[in-house]
Design a protein around this ligand. Structure first.
Ligand code: ZN
Length: 221
């Protein structure tokens, strides 16, 4: 009886379907989100770096990321980060030993204040809990309040994000020597992750690559 009463208190609504669940999202939605998992073509070649993606940016995965950001579900972001980490370690077993420094793409301070959290930092927290990698969530600063990328063409995206990110000079000495792994929620054209890459290489840091929860996969070969 007491146990049943207690279980009522720990149950909450699944952010994606509003069914009651004792987990972050219900088993039904977990399956739906995981149907967007990429079993092949997980590595995207960007201009200067390789980016590892957990899933395809569509369907329930797209919906889950929107729910993290716009419906205030940071814990779902942490869960996606854990899934990303398990997939990463399964693909690169040697990376269990070699530690990389994880740096999430920052939001502009104004946007951070409005949202209350940075979704990329939440994903990075889940990722680092599983991988054991050090997390440096403040290493990059967004100095330009860029307009939303939605609806911009690749050229406009590149101009929009150019020089928007810089390495925080105060944190530079704490970043250590391990290569940087840039983490973001979504990969669309690669312009954001490339901008982060430029910021780090200009400050003489070695970038190992990028990881994202979801990537827009085009049908180009
Ligand atoms: Zn659900």
């Amino acid at each position: 009886m007491l146990k049943n009463l207690l279980s009522i208190f720990v149950r909450s609504d699944c952010p994606l379907c509003q069914r009651q669940t004792q987990q972050i999202i219900c088993t039904y939605c977990q399956k739906k989100v995981q149907s967007n998992y990429l079993s092949t073509r997980k590595i995207i070649k960007s201009k200067n770096l390789s980016v590892f993606a957990w899933g395809k940016y569509e369907g329930e995965l797209k919906r889950a990321i929107a729910s993290v950001k716009y419906e205030n579900h940071p814990q779902l972001g942490v869960l996606l980060g854990e899934w990303l980490a398990h997939s990463w370690l399964a693909s690169f077993p040697s990376k269990k030993i070699e530690k990389l420094t994880v740096v999430p793409i920052p939001l502009h301070p104004q946007k951070l204040k409005l949202r209350g959290f940075n979704q990329a930092t939440k994903i990075a927290q889940g990722f680092c809990q599983v991988t054991g990698y050090p997390l440096k969530s403040q290493a990059l600063i967004r100095v330009k309040n860029t307009q939303a990328m939605f609806g911009l063409n690749p050229q406009q995206r590149q101009t929009n994000i150019k020089n928007a990110l810089v390495v925080d000079r105060h944190l530079e000495p704490t970043l250590g020597r391990s290569p940087i792994l840039i983490l973001d929620d979504i990969y669309t054209t690669g312009s954001t992750i490339e901008s982060a890459y430029q910021a780090f290489t200009q400050s003489s840091f070695k970038v190992y690559g990028g990881v994202v929860v979801a990537a827009v996969i085009t049908n180009k070969p």
